[in-house]
Design a protein around this ligand. Structure first.
Ligand code: ATP
Length: 862
């Protein structure tokens, strides 16, 4: 290779090396520049947060200054706000503190446990809002927070609505000692050491049950339930857990569940003590309120513990209140907001009381169930239950929709309040009839049943005319007709069915017919009794009992419900088992019946209804078995009638019409009053004579009063004075003249001989007796009528001719203290009428009009 070639290669290599070195130097310079820029950027970035933090700190300093400046002003506002948030028992200072229970469905607010400076109440949310964890260094302060929280909580809710459980393994209940008086009433229970697991299991079970059966997916919480429905179906349960050994894994899990889900179901925990605290983690913070006994929201807290004696006294009172039993729901709760807005076309529905879950229980009378049976021993509240039910019905349905017929067979005046009285002139507009003190007048009960049967017939006929079958259809077809539902209430109805006589049989037959056919015609029977078990007439007729599908059993009622249904055995006072399914077990609803008996509860409702009554409505008829009816001056026929009519007394009937005796010119038109009861006999003679006298203008009839019993001189004299001026007066010495003169009187002038103790005439002489017999026989055809009182049937017979004499001249009689059998000769049916003599009652029979004799009540004439 030549030298020149080598040289050329060297030069090229040297150039290449120099170029590479220059490139490296340039690259190095660029790297250095980039690194320098990076460092600058990094330094700038580091300066930003520092500045931000400085700005934040400046702001905070300003805020703190502003906050301190405004504390004095805002404290006053905070105090006012606290008063609003925690009124009454929730926040009142202890010296003036007393329980102020909220309504049952109300949601309690926070309660005060102390103050933060300057005097701002420290309020802790608890029931329906949170669990509470109490922390703090001082034991006494923590105890104070606990006591304040519990006592105020108890004072804010209805007594008994918080159930406390204490778990205090260290002090064995000492931490809750002041609350011990709650224990006997079952409001506070203690769980011993080792019982934490069971307690938590129990709470978890309770929460599950509330979720499943009460909230049932419909409400998120009991609080929402209460706000939506106005009712609170469950008690709150508060478990106070005051420290423990390290809880087991299971206990920890259960505790976590309660913390998570308890508040919504009314289960609250109060926690204190490190072992439990250790498992409370941040997961549950939204339902856990932590209260430090030292600081409250970062301010020093002054704990306000309640005085020990206030705690025990309050707990004692709450326990006594709960032990005394729950207050019955108020009568007003049964009433609607607006009166008389309901239609009775398809039935009658009203609440009767409150179930355990606070719900009002409705009771219906309709095609099914048509009739009700109410039972319970004396004093258990049957009458009260009837009042409560009637109040609810009368407030909902107007008198055009509903009518009541009320009968009380017991002695007493329980239904009298519905009729106008001397003290209270108001009456219940729905009531058409009130029968009180009916105990001996079973006839009145039968009369009511007859009356209802007539109503039933009228309805059935109207239904037929309109080609319908039920009341609802009839009302639709005949919208202007008066077709109210009729509710007949018979208290102590067993009296009506007692005895094995014709009256009881008639009553049972009528009842059966009414029960069967009344259902579709809107006629409802409500029968109440102390004890239905012994009523043969009832249990012998299963078809009758079967119609009474609505059963109401008061505590210890026998045989009202089905045989296997013993619910009435165990219900408390003022409660009732309501069963619309003939007493079958699944139909039971237990209700607390409000007090409706006291006059105050009832009167204001009755007054409101009375003031709304239609102007044309007449007051109800009042039948009082203990009262003597007044002689009805307005019912006496006027002068100039076709034939004289004597009023003998009041019939025992729904309308209370007078018992009338027609005295036309016809054989047998005499009246015999029979028996030894002087007053009643005089009353019958007086009312019949006076009513006759009113029918004759002066001088057109003759009246003669013969008083042959010295004891009757008083009333006979009174009658004599009340009769027309020319009425003659005879006694034992002169009566023979009257008979002798009358026996052949052919003047044709009406002549009424009123003879007291007619049988006494015979003891004087043989003559007058015979005259009297002839007057009785042939007088009426000549308008001479005898209204006579004989002191026995035998004596009457003697006056008519002795043994075997015909008694035809006595066409009508009123028997007083004479037994039915003694009247057989005067009665068409063998054995005589069934008649049990009783004071101020007579049995009236007129051969020309009666098939059976009827009971009457003589009028009082005073
Ligand atoms: N639900 C109730 N709440 C408060 N008091 C009641 C209640 N029910 C009944 N009472 C009271 O109990 C007493 C007896 O009640 P009530 O007269 O209704 O019983 P009863 O079963 O009809 O008794 P009796 O057959 O002896 O008349 C009355 O003084 C009444 O005020």
């Amino acid at each position: 290779m030549s030298d020149s070639l080598v040289e050329a290669i060297r030069r090229d290599l040297a150039r290449a090396q120099a170029g590479a070195l220059a490139g490296l130097a340039t690259a190095r310079g660029r790297v250095e520049a980039a690194l320098a820029r990076h460092t600058r950027i990094e330094e700038a970035a580091a300066a930003v947060p520092r500045r931000a933090e400085e700005v934040r700190q400046q702001h905070l300093r300003k805020l703190e200054v502003a906050h301190r400046a405004s504390v004095a002003g805002t404290a006053a506002e905070a105090v006012r706000a606290a008063e609003l948030l925690a009124p009454g028992a929730a926040g009142d200072p202890w010296p003036e503190w007393r329980p102020t229970p909220l309504r049952r469905a109300a949601v309690p607010g926070p309660v005060r446990v102390g103050t933060v400076a300057p005097d701002v109440p420290a309020l802790v949310p608890f029931l329906d809002r949170a669990h509470v964890r109490i922390t703090g260094s001082g034991r006494a302060e923590c105890d104070g927070v606990l006591a304040a929280l519990l006592l105020r909580t108890l004072g804010c809710v209805p007594p008994g609505s918080v159930r406390l459980t204490g778990y205090d393994p260290e002090q064995l209940g000492g931490g809750l000692a002041g609350f011990a008086p709650l224990s006997p009433a079952g409001l506070l229970t203690f769980v011993g050491p080792g019982g934490l697991g069971r307690l938590l299991d129990d709470l978890v079970d309770h929460i599950r049950r509330v979720n499943e059966t009460v909230l049932a997916g419909e409400f998120p919480s009991l609080r929402a339930y209460a706000e939506a429905t106005g009712r609170r179906p469950e008690h709150w349960r508060v478990a106070v857990l005051l420290g423990a050994d390290e809880p087991s894994r299971h206990e920890q899990a259960q505790l976590a569940r309660v913390l998570r889900t308890g508040v919504a179901c009314g289960v609250h925990l109060i926690l204190r003590g490190p072992p439990i605290e250790s498992i409370v983690d941040s997961e549950f913070l939204d339902t856990l309120e932590t209260v430090s006994a030292d600081r409250f929201h970062d301010m020093p807290l002054t704990v306000e513990a309640p005085p020990a004696e206030l705690v025990t006294a309050t707990c004692r009172k709450i326990a006594a209140h709960v032990a005394a039993g729950p207050e019955p729901a108020a009568f007003g709760d049964l009433l609607p907001d607006e009166l008389w807005t309901h239609s009775a076309a398809t039935g009658l529905t009203a609440p009767i009381g409150e179930a355990a879950d606070g719900e009002m229980v409705d009771v219906t009378l309709a095609d099914y169930p048509p009739h009700a049976l109410i039972g319970g021993p004396s004093g258990t509240g049957k009458t009260n239950l009837v009042y409560a039910w009637m109040g609810g019905l009368a407030a909902r349905y107007s008198p055009a929709e509903l009518e009541f017929y009320l009968l009380d067979f017991k002695e007493g005046v329980s239904f009298a309040r519905f009729a106008p009285g001397t003290r209270d002139p108001s009456w219940l507009p729905h009531v058409r009839l009130v029968g009180i003190n009916v105990n001996t007048d079973r006839e009145f009960g039968v009369a009511l049943l007859h009356f209802l049967s007539r109503q039933l017939r009228a309805r059935a006929e109207a239904a037929k005319r309109h080609e319908v079958t039920t009341l609802a259809e009839l009302r639709a077809e005949d919208p202007t007709g008066h077709w109210p539902r009729i509710v007949a209430v018979v208290d102590e109805f067993q009296v009506l069915l007692s005895g094995r006589d014709a009256l009881a049989a008639e009553a049972a037959t009528l009842l059966e017919d009414l029960a069967r056919r009344g259902r579709s015609q809107g006629i409802h029977l409500v029968l109440a009794s102390q004890d239905v078990s012994g009523i043969e007439a009832l249990w012998g007729r299963s078809a009758l009992v079967g119609q009474f599908a609505l059963r109401m059993a008061l505590p210890k009622a026998r045989r009202i419900l089905a045989e296997n249904n013993a619910a009435a055995e165990s219900i408390p006072r003022y409660h009732a088992v309501i069963n619309a399914d003939s007493g079958a077990l699944p139909g039971n609803r237990i209700v607390r019946v409000p007090a409706a008996s006291d006059r105050e509860s009832w009167s204001s409702l009755q007054l409101r209804l009375w003031e709304r009554r239609p102007p044309s409505l007449e007051p109800p008829r009042l039948f009082d078995g203990d009262a003597v009816p007044d002689f009805p001056l307005d019912r006496i026929p006027g002068p100039g009638g076709r034939e004289p009519v004597a009023l003998l007394g009041e019939t025992i009937d729904v309308a209370g019409e007078p018992a009338r005796l027609r005295l036309p010119r016809a054989p047998g038109r005499n009246l015999a009053v029979l028996g030894t009861r002087l007053e009643e006999a005089c009353a019958v003679l007086a009312s019949s004579s006076r009513s006759l006298a009113a029918q004759f203008p002066a001088g057109t009839a003759r009246f003669s009063v013969a008083c042959l019993d010295p004891d009757a001189v008083g009333p006979a004299g009174d009658l004599h004075a009340a009769l027309p001026e020319n009425t003659e007066w005879y006694d034992l010495d002169t009566v023979a003249e009257l008979f002798a003169e009358t026996v052949d009187d052919a003047s044709g002038t009406p002549h009424f001989l009123i003879v007291y103790a007619a049988d006494a005439a015979r003891t004087r002489a043989a003559g007058p007796n015979d005259h009297l017999r002839r007057i009785l026989h042939s007088g009426p055809e000549r308008r001479t009528h005898v209204l006579g009182w004989w002191r026995g049937v035998g004596r009457l017979r003697d006056d008519l001719g002795g043994m075997g004499a015909r008694l035809d001249p006595i066409g009508a009689w009123v028997a007083l203290d004479v037994h039915g059998g003694d009247l057989s000769a005067l009665y068409p049916k063998p054995g005589g009428p069934s008649w049990y003599p009783r004071p101020w009652r007579g049995l009236y029979f007129d051969r020309t009009v009666h098939r059976t004799a009827e009971a009457i009540i003589p009028y009082g004439l005073s």
